[in-house]
Ligand binder design. Structure first.
Ligand code: SF4
Length: 231
């Protein structure tokens, strides 16, 4: 598991900040609707980028970026992540971590060490359905542990749900909402099937904008702020 991709500047991925994006290869899930299947299924086909080179590049950019987005794949699987983030913080850059929330211990340690400023955690479907997202073992209780931990921290926090038909519906949003009640932000996202991992998921017709808005209205009963993306 290493850094497989680098995008110098983005205005969209780190709310309120101009950021560089880094992508890690590999994941502990294989969601049928995954938007980045090559990074998940064949990370070895992408060369590992040298962290020292990336840090040197970030140092050159730091006068015009505010932060770095750590995304994937699932970056928390990389044993070197903590040390790398410490180097990024030493440059004075803010860090956003995109994660599926299953590596609770890693996430807690990074937040406790102030190595993460903004945490974006996916809520993909009901926790009891997480074992359907991967042929190997999935301990969905870890996601619940992460949610409980985050409720007691001051880290800037976003939950996000991509509304994939068959995985998310009104009841799902309602049940997920009860799990994260009081969360500062929940992003309800439209599903774009074109690049999904499984053929079946590529054939799914996305929800109408009205239905997505209906999900957001339900979510608004639980999170302090709800936004809709991708519609
Ligand atoms: S959607 Fe996210 S958690 Fe699921 S396989 Fe893709 S990268 Fe992993």
């Amino acid at each position: 598991m290493g850094i497989k991709g680098f995008q110098g500047t983005s205005l969209l991925d780190f709310p309120g900040r101009i950021a560089s994006l880094l992508f890690w290869g590999g994941c502990n899930l294989t969601c049928p609707f995954c938007h980045n299947p090559p990074l998940v299924l064949e990370p070895e086909t992408f060369p590992d980028l040298n962290p020292a080179d990336i840090l040197a590049d970030l140092a050159k950019r730091k006068s015009f970026i505010d932060g770095v987005v750590i995304s994937g794949g699932e970056p928390t699987l990389d044993n070197n992540l903590e040390a790398f983030l410490a180097e990024v913080k030493a440059l004075g850059l803010a860090i956003k971590l995109d994660t599926n929330g299953l590596a609770t211990q890693v996430i807690c340690k990074l937040v406790d060490r102030n190595l993460v400023d903004y945490l974006a955690i996916d809520l993909k479907t009901l926790p009891r359905r997480y074992p359907e997202l991967h042929p190997g073992p999935v301990v969905a209780e870890k996601l619940l542990e992460t949610i409980r931990y985050c409720a007691g921290t001051n880290v800037e926090l976003e939950y996000r749900t991509t509304c994939v038909p068959g995985w998310v519906d009104e009841e799902t949003i309602d049940e997920l909402g009860r799990l994260i009640e009081g969360a500062p932000l929940w992003a309800i996202q439209q599903y774009h099937p074109e690049h999904a991992l499984c053929e079946q998921a590529r054939a799914v017709e996305a929800f109408t904008p009205e239905r997505i808005q209906g999900f957001a209205d339900i979510a608004a009963g639980y999170a302090k702020r709800v936004i809709v993306r991708g519609v």
